[in-house]
Design a protein around this ligand. Structure first.
Ligand code: 26M
Length: 801
């Protein structure tokens, strides 16, 4: 948009006066931020209205991306960037004597997601708007986001994330678009005068779903799409219904807090209520909007695509069926045809314990009408498929089985497309996790490799690097990130490689300052910054990284005279509050950090920094400073990973297993530019098949490994008696479920190679450059364009091949 500095300054001062009734000099950064947010929202209002109007006028097909999590990060800088007014606003604020960075930091970072799944949804929202696609988000407006993590005596403690405390500058409450969502009660089918059956409800608990919309601004293209998040409230009280405190609490509870577990489908009924709540409200509002502009539902799938981000929103399938059957009198066959043509599903995990199932009793009690519909889906599925495929496979794959509603199976059966998030992951879905359903519906399965919002992760997070890149290849890559490839031309330009090294130094300095001021730890910026940032999970193997630190520590202690390339090991990771083992790993890493960081024999050769409360904002600080990107999951377990892509685009070299999208990163950047080690997915499946992995014999045959692992139980690390034993036992007593010991030796070899290679700055920066240049292909712009072409069948208007 066009904006003159004088205009901006005037508007901003007016905004401050009108909102806070004080002079600018008496406002806090939070107030300045809120005023700026409101102003930008207002500036963009017209474009938001115009976008909606033009979609309606041209009857453009809409995508609705349903996700129980959205992790957008702070929006101020991203909105300024996409509107093209960053410089004007920065200059204006500076001339008013204000500190832009402080204003940016005052924005709360909405933690409405756990990790990869929620962040992916947010990256896709940005890209859909940026490539000019009619894509809307649909989710939950949690009153409290993911807990704030603090460490007390090295243990994780969870504090509430009261992110709405000062209001939310970007959202618009739209009470006039609210919907009623029904839970519980009784339902029976009553014959109508025309012979049809209509459900009649009795004693239901109704909840009002109120939408809060946030404009998602496209990059330099005047498109503003909508992210709609639903909040649960008391229904309007026309009949003066009395609500007991318990009833009020039950309603309040639905959108109060995000479930902090991203690995275990716990099966709590509140979670099921959350899932139906936003699925139902979202589908109701889609249908209402559609019906206001169309007379027949026959062409609904030509105008609407609904995407199911992991199984949590799967109830959109029976919910759309319900509305078509009960409210629009469609026949079952027509409703089913419309529904399956509309729905598509992405699977994000192959971990068995994350597959959602609900006990039938709970499901039926909470959602009686939806259950009837699921039963009918199940009955018809069995009737249709058994004659063709036989009883056994149909029993194994039907939506209902073993007393459970099986959400992933329902999602596959009710969708026309099922995709994994990296090529290996998609193959594993076909061969393992969903293999029976793949036999029945081979045509539905396809791959869509994840992508990231590189404008956020490079342009905003790493301005020094962006400037340097722009100075060489111009700015066209901002809208077409594959053009980063043009940087390859500079691989022998030593001056450029030197500049690249200097940029990295600047970013390391920025992180070092944060670590100094927040944690009181001094780190040297000429050390290798070895970074592992992701949720804490056994399969992600933070323990392997921890063993490496013990090895380095012992090494320095035994050979103090030997030269040692300085290392800083940086962790960021939240553990699910109920995940005992993960919390023990945090405690041990923190105890190890205390030991190492305070040992005078170690000095500044080795530092361990576990930065508390990792999230999007800290990612923006840490990622640009990384030399090494630890992507060390057990092969076959990480569906894709996306921090691997963010670190790559910021010039970090991957220390990685051949898992998830690491495989594709290696292919894109070249094996010589990464550090690859460990079992392959095939090796891992081989062990499963033969059942012959023996962690103990790996341990017994490697004396160095023994010394390192023994450090967990020999009081070398003060204060971790039980936690050290737990990890030790997971490796030796319980035979090392994630093959940590199997991969140890090769991992260490690569760590040694890294220490060697790091000393040759030119060669190192050349590898770094190769990663940056090849990273454009992992832009979410392309991922979303592939979804648009292959799955959603919707147009977009930026050319992306
Ligand atoms: C389920 C039930 C109850 C409570 C919480 C959940 C739940 C929440 C989040 C389950 C899984 C959740 O997220 C899984 C996730 O983040 N998966 C990651 O998705 C990324 C994007 O595709 C991939 O890159 C990661 O490899 C994958 O682990």
């Amino acid at each position: 948009m066009e904006l003159k500095e004088a205009q901006f300054t005037k508007d901003f001062i007016n905004e401050i006066r009108a909102t806070y009734a004080v002079d600018l000099k008496d406002t806090s950064p939070m107030e300045q931020y809120m005023a700026l947010g409101h102003l930008i929202k207002r500036y963009n209002g017209e474009s938001w209205t115009d976008t909606s109007r033009s979609y309606r006028k041209n009857d453009v097909k809409q995508v609705y991306y349903f996700s129980i999590e959205f992790l957008p990060g702070r929006l101020l800088q991203s909105n300024l960037l996409n509107l093209g007014i960053t410089d004007v606003v920065k200059k204006g604020l500076k001339n008013l004597g204000l500190n832009f960075d402080k204003i940016v930091q005052a924005e709360p970072d909405p933690g409405l997601g756990n990790g990869g799944l929620g962040r992916l949804a947010a990256c896709y929202m940005d890209s859909m708007a940026s490539i000019g696609m009619a894509g809307n988000g649909n989710g939950i407006r949690y009153r409290y986001g993911l807990f704030k993590q603090v460490f007390m005596n090295g243990y994780q403690v969870e504090l509430p994330d009261d992110w709405l405390r000062n209001g939310n500058a970007w959202e618009v409450r739209r009470e006039n678009r609210a919907c009623l969502v029904r839970f519980g009660g009784h339902v029976w089918l009553q014959e109508q005068p025309d012979g049809s059956l209509k459900p009649v409800y009795d004693h239901t608990d109704d909840v009002l779903a109120v939408p809060y919309d946030t404009g998602i601004i496209g990059y330099h293209n005047v498109v503003t799409n909508t992210l709609r998040l639903w909040s649960a409230e008391l229904p309007p009280n026309e009949e003066q219904t009395y609500y007991s405190q318990e009833q009020r609490d039950n309603i309040d509870e639905i959108t109060k807090v995000l479930y902090p577990d991203d690995s275990n489908a716990e099966g709590r009924s509140l979670r099921l209520r959350q899932e139906y709540f936003f699925s139902s409200a979202g589908v109701q509002s889609i249908v209402r909007h559609y019906a206001a502009n169309h007379t027949s539902f026959k062409h609904f799938p030509q105008k609407v695509a609904i995407h199911i981000n992991d199984t949590h929103p799967t109830l959109v399938i029976p919910e759309l069926m319900r509305i078509l059957l009960d409210e629009y009198n469609c026949s079952w066959d027509l409703a089913w045809q419309i529904t399956t043509s509309t729905m598509s599903y992405t699977n994000h995990t192959i971990m068995q314990e994350a597959l959602e199932t609900w006990p039938i009793g709970m499901f039926q009690g909470l959602l009686p009408r939806i259950y009837q519909i699921v039963e009918e889906i199940d009955r018809r599925y069995r009737a249709e498929k058994t004659p063709v495929f036989g009883q056994n496979i149909v029993d194994r794959t039907a939506p209902l089985g073993h007393g459970q509603v099986r959400m992933a199976y329902l999602a596959v059966i009710g969708s026309h497309s099922v995709n994994g998030v990296a090529p290996l992951h998609t193959e594993l879905l076909k061969k393992d996790v969903l293999t029976d359903l793949y036999r029945i519906y081979p045509e539905k399965f396809n791959n869509k490799t994840n992508g990231i919002a590189d404008r956020r992760w490079l342009e905003i997070a790493n301005q020094p690097l962006t400037k340097l890149i722009d100075s060489k290849i111009g700015k066209k890559w901002h809208a077409n990130p594959k053009l980063l490839q043009e940087l390859s031309a500079y691989e022998s330009d030593e001056k450029f490689l030197q500049q690249l090294a200097e940029v990295k130094k600047i970013n390391k300095r920025r992180l070092a300052d944060y670590v100094q001021s927040e944690m009181g730890i001094t780190i040297r910026t000429d050390a290798i910054f070895d970074v592992q940032i992701k949720r804490l999970h056994a399969y992600k193997r933070q323990v392997l990284h921890m063993l490496e630190i013990i090895r380095e520590y012992l090494d320095i202690k035994r050979h103090p005279e030997q030269s040692f390339i300085p290392h800083v090991h940086i962790f960021g990771a939240k553990a699910a509050p109920s995940y005992h083992y993960a919390k023990s790993v945090i405690k041990v890493i923190n105890a190890l950090a205390d030991l190492v960081n305070n040992d005078p024999d170690i000095g500044d050769k080795l530092k361990v920094v576990f930065i508390p409360n990792y999230g999007v904002s800290l990612g923006e600080l840490i990622i640009p400073a990384a030399d090494i990107s630890e992507q060390i999951s057990t092969a076959s377990k990480e569906a894709s990973g996306t921090s691997n892509m963010k670190l790559m685009t910021n010039g970090a070299l991957s220390l990685a297993t051949m898992d998830g999208a690491n495989i594709d990163i290696v292919r894109a950047a070249g094996k010589q530019n990464e550090y690859i080690f460990g079992l392959t997915a095939n090796d891992v499946y081989g062990y499963y098949r033969r059942n012959d992995y023996c962690a103990k014999s790996v341990y017994e045959n490697n004396p160095e490994l023994q010394r390192v692992v023994n450090a967990l139980i020999t009081n070398m690390i003060p204060g971790i008696t039980t936690e050290g034993h737990e990890i030790y036992d997971s490796l030796l007593k319980y035979n090392d479920e994630y093959f940590v010991l199997a991969d140890y030796a090769e991992y260490v070899k690569q760590q040694e190679k890294i220490a060697q290679d790091f000393q040759d700055t030119m060669t190192w920066q050349r590898k770094s450059l190769a990663n940056i240049a090849a990273s454009g292909t992992f832009s979410a712009d392309y991922s979303v364009a592939r979804y648009a072409e292959d799955i959603w069948q919707v147009p977009y208007n930026r050319i992306l091949k």
